[in-house]
Structure formats: C-alpha cells, structure tokens
Design a protein around this ligand. Structure first.
Ligand code: PLP
Length: 405
C-alpha cells in the first residue's frame, strides 16, 4: 500500500459526498452533511454541527446513539468470536432466544438481519402452515398503508399505494383491506387464506394506531377460522410503544411476531418468533448466512437486557404520553388536526401539506424529525430521551412551524 493510500484524517465533507455520489446507486436524496459522531439523543456532522435526533435511524437506536452497554457488548464479543457459522452452535444464540421467548408469548425464534427478512420468514412459515394444516391455503390478508419491507414479496404485501406498478409483476397471494376495519378482513377471508398480517401501529403509513377492538377482533376471527395472526412489530417492538411488545397492551397473543430495528439498538439484527404449534419449518426450509451471528446476538442481548433491567419501555410510555400532551397543548396555536401515537412512536397532522418543508427547516435548525406523509410529522426518539430533550425538540419545532404555517 502506498503512503498516499493510508487515510489518517477524515477527508473534507465535499470529498466524502463526492465519493458517495460517484460510487453509490442513487436511491435517496440526502442533505449535504456527513454524520460522523453520535451520543445519546444527539448526532454531529463532520463540521461539528450538533443535531437533536428524534429520528434515531428510523426508530432503531432505542438506547440512543452509541450506548455504552452496546459498545461494551459488541467490543467484548468481537474479541471472542465475530462470526461462527449459522450451521454451528454459538454461545449467544440460545441466550437471546431465551430472553425473547421467556419475555414474550412466543416459543421459538429464528434470527436474521433485517425486518423485511424476518417478515419474509413469517410469510414462509404461514404458507408452510397453510400447506400442512389448511388444505394448501397460501393467501395473506394485509392492510392498506402498511409497510413490511422492501424485498419483492414484502413490497407486494405492503399497502403503499404509490408502489402499485413498481417492479411488477409482484408476488401473488396478498389481499389488502382497510386498516382498523375488522369486517373488511372477515369479508376477505376465503378457503385460500392462511394468515392475517398487521402492524399494531402503522409507522411508515403515518402513525396509525390499531384500535383495541380491532386487534382483539382479529385474534377472535383468526381463531374462529383457524388461520394465523402475524404481528409485524419491527417498528413497534422492543419498548417503542411503552411495553416490550405492543401486543401486550391489547390483551392478545399473536401466532407469529417479527422484530427488527430496536432489537439490535443500531446493530442489524431481526427475529421471527412463533408459537410452538406454528413452528412447522423443517431443516433446510429457512436459513441465512448471518442467522444467529454471535456479534448480532451480543447486541440483542445487551439491548433487551437493558430494556428489562432499567424498565425502559415504561419510561417510553411516560415520556410518550408527556410528548403527546404537550403537542395537544400546541394544537390551537398551530391548528394541528390530530396528535396520536403509542409510547414514543408519535405523529402529528399539520393543517397544511408542508411536512417535508418542516422536516428540511428543522434539519437546518439542528433537529432531525420525519414526514411519513405530506401533512404528517413523526417523532421516534431514543426511548431514553429526557423531558429536557423533548422540550428542546418542541422549541425548535414550534419556531419552524411559526415561520411556515
Ligand atoms: N416492518 C415495519 C413495520 C417497518 O417499519 C419496517 C421498516 O421501516 C420494516 C418492516 C422493514 O424493516 P427493514 O428495513 O429492516 O427491512
């Protein structure tokens, strides 16, 4: 290696962006800053500018940026064994498996790397269950405005209207109905149906919370028809909604549940969990190169352990309620048409379709938030965020709204 090729200092921002632009496929338009450091609720760019992060990698960094407990766990594991093989036991897989099954209503786990992959596994499991127990039923009922990931099958399952026509032909076997409409699900069930798949809160769809009657009704309906209830808790799970899993607040248990995002607190790890009687996979049916990878397992153990030890889901519920209360108090001044959410997954509807502009101006003012729709703003801070940080966020948000509305 030549002396010139040894990089000792980060290159200037413009060079880093130029390299990224010239070498990466263009799939997203990014602002002109390069993020280089994160701690707790804050992230810094290469120029030293500090941002209050109420995005946290799309509800991923549940313990905030670079939490010491996660740093310690992955550093220790990296020194022991980063990657064994999915076909060999390692010392961490059973530990995370037990943490999740002991603390949920599900009995068995399969680990993978992304939410979409976990959902693909859920779909395969449901189809295999249908083949084995339901006369070959294979269709899954999903909902409009749902989001289950970006693999071709999950794009087919998701209910994003603007994905219609994209990458066609889609994977067949999905029937979409309106969210929170139990009768629509009842009408859509046929002898071909093997499962119903919903998010307890539609996150990407604009923070739409499932009604208690709806999820309870879905559970009852699935039992009546002998089909499976799959809950996609990729965004709602691991404390985000105020309990370790959102389903706990509905007094029901899913047959299959998927997790991702918060599970690794920033490290890519996801899981598919199921009740014993649904676990119909046989050896060779499911797998992944990074399944149960020790480093990912160590991250999951650290995050879930911390959630339980410090009762962080409870804290998320208290802070989330406070955030919603404060947003409701601002309703009159800004004309918000709705404030909703569960725990620290919170959305607010603006009176005008200016949400993308609000997000851009907040970014300029040092605040990261997100707009899942033209008039909807979503907040998904670290579950460890403080009241002071919530107030700081609301101050910047209000200032921007005063300019724009
Ligand atoms: N399911 C839900 C509910 C999600 O919110 C997401 C991502 O936003 C996914 C699945 C896909 O997860 P991933 O991007 O890790 O594949």
């Amino acid at each position: 290696m030549s002396a010139q090729a040894v990089v000792t200092h980060a290159p200037p921002t413009s060079k880093m962006i130029q390299d990224a632009e010239s070498s990466l496929m263009h799939v997203v338009t990014r602002p002109g800053q390069v993020m280089t450091k994160g701690r707790g609720s804050y992230i810094w760019d290469a120029e030293g500018n500090k941002y209050l992060d109420f995005l946290q990698g799309w509800a991923v960094n549940c313990l905030g940026h670079c939490p010491p407990v996660l740093i310690r766990a992955i550093t220790k594991q990296a020194k022991e064994l980063i990657n064994g093989s999915p076909a060999l036991y390692n010392a961490r897989m059973g530990e995370l498996g037990k943490l999740l099954t002991d603390n949920s209503a599900l009995d068995k786990a399969f680990f993978c790397s992304t939410g979409a992959e976990a959902n693909e596994g859920a779909l395969k499991l449901a189809r295999k269950y249908g083949a084995k127990h339901l006369d070959g039923a294979f269709e899954v009922i999903t909902t409009w405005h749902s989001f289950h990931g970006r693999t071709l099958a999950m794009m087919s399952a998701s209910g994003k209207p603007n994905w219609d026509g994209l990458f066609d032909p889609k994977v067949p076997g999905f029937i979409r109905v309106d969210f929170n409409d139990l009768e629509a699900v009842r009408r859509a069930i046929t002898p071909r149906t093997c499962a119903v798949m919903v998010e307890p809160v539609q996150g990407e769809g604009g923070v739409h919370v499932a009604k208690e009657k709806y999820l309870k009704g879905l559970r009852q309906l699935c039992d009546e028809k002998g089909i499976l209830l799959i809950l996609d808790e990729v965004q709602t799970g691991i404390g985000r909604c105020g309990t370790l899993f959102a389903y706990e607040q509905y007094g029901i248990e899913p047959d299959i549940m998927t997790l991702g995002k918060g599970l690794g607190g920033g490290f890519p790890v996801a899981a598919l969990l199921a009740k014993d009687e649904v676990c119909v996979f046989e050896a060779g049916d499911q797998g992944s190169t990074y399944s149960s990878q020790p480093l990912a397992m160590a991250a999951g153990i650290a995050v879930v352990g911390e959630m339980l030890k410090r009762k962080i889901p409870n804290r998320a519920r208290v802070r989330g309620n406070a955030l919603m209360r404060k947003l409701r108090a601002m309703k009159k001044e800004f004309g918000f048409t709705d404030v909703r959410g569960k725990g620290l997954l919170v959305g607010v509807d603006l009176p005008k379709e200016v949400a993308p502009q609000v997000v851009a101006q907040c970014f300029e003012a040092g605040l990261l938030i997100n707009a899942p729709g033209p008039n909807t703003i979503r907040f998904m801070p670290a579950l460890t965020t403080s009241s002071k940080e919530i107030d700081e966020m609301l101050e910047i948000f209000s200032k921007v709204l005063r300019q724009l509305l």
